[in-house]
Design a protein around this ligand. Sequence first.
Ligand code: SF4
Length: 64
Amino acid sequence: LRVVIDSSVCQGHLRCMDKSPDLFDADNQGHGVAPDRDLELDSEIEAARMAVLGCPERAIRIEP
Ligand code: SF4
């Protein structure tokens, strides 16, 4: 599984990074950045799911 941020939708609240700093980063414009790799740990997948639910713009999705 991978977690993906739609940068055309992201508004940069960085709630994703605040809640899951191990998973998400911010770019130099303050938008969320998702890890460019498969999620491996159950804890990462759970954190990604929480980020999907917590993103006010629904910009985050999980892909197979
Ligand atoms: S919480 Fe959503 S809208 Fe806010 S920075 Fe993260 S991906 Fe973007």
